[in-house]
Ligand binder design. Sequence first.
Ligand code: CA
Length: 250
Amino acid sequence: MFDNFMRSFGASQPSSCILVVEDEISIREAITLALREEGYQVITAEDGRQALNLITNALPREDGSAAIDLILLDLMLPYVNGLDVCRILRQQGNLTPILILSARGTEMDIVVGLEIGADDYLAKPFGLRELVARCRVLLRRSSRTQSTSSEQATLQFQDITLYLQEYKVTVRDQLVNLSPKEYTLLELFMQNPRRVFSRDQLLERVWGMQSMSDPKTVDVHIRWLREKLEVDPSSPRYIITVRGFGYRLG
Ligand code: CA
C-alpha cells in the first residue's frame, strides 16, 4: 500500500500525505473521503501499533522530507492508545504535526495531549469542514518551519523573526534587545507555536533548575518579553496566558 502511494507522487509537486489513525471504521472512512476530496494523500491505521509501524517504516521522499506530513490521532485505540503513540513519537524525535481527535473532550485531556507534544486538538463530534481547515493550518505551519529552518536558520512567527545563529530577534522589522533568558524563552515558544507550556516546564527548559527557581520568575520574564514584543503588552497577541496552566505562543 505504501509503495503504491509513494509511486503515485510522480515527478510533480507531491500533495501532503496525512495518516489517519482511528479504530472506528465509519469515522475513519468519512475523514479519509473528506481529505481525499481536498487533494490530500491519505493512509490509515486502525490501531496504535499499526500506526507506529507505518510511521517507523515510512521511507522519506526523494527530496529527503518525511513521507507523512500530518497525523490525525484518535485517543481511544486498541493495543497502544493515542496518547502513548504521541509520547513515543516525540521521544523518538519525530516532529510530524499531530492533531488529536477524541471524544474525551475534557480540558485535562487537551492539556495532557498538548503537553506531550500534540499540536492541536479536536473534540468529537466535529465537522469535517473544520477538520479539513485545521489540517490545512497545521500543514502550512510545518512547511513554513521546515523551509525557514533549513535555508536561513531563522524561526518566524507572524511578524517576529528569530535568527538562530546570530541570537538576534526582530519584531515588525525592528531589532529587539533580549536578555539571554528572554531569548531562550522566545526560541522555545517559536519552536513550538501554539503549544501550551506550564510554568514548571518553562523553568525546567529555560532555567534548567526546576527546584531552585520560583515559578513567578517565569511570569516576570513573560512580562518583560511582552513589553519588548507586543504593541500593547496589556492585551498580548503573541504570548498568550492559558489560565490555570501556563503560556503559549499564538
Ligand atoms: Ca477510538
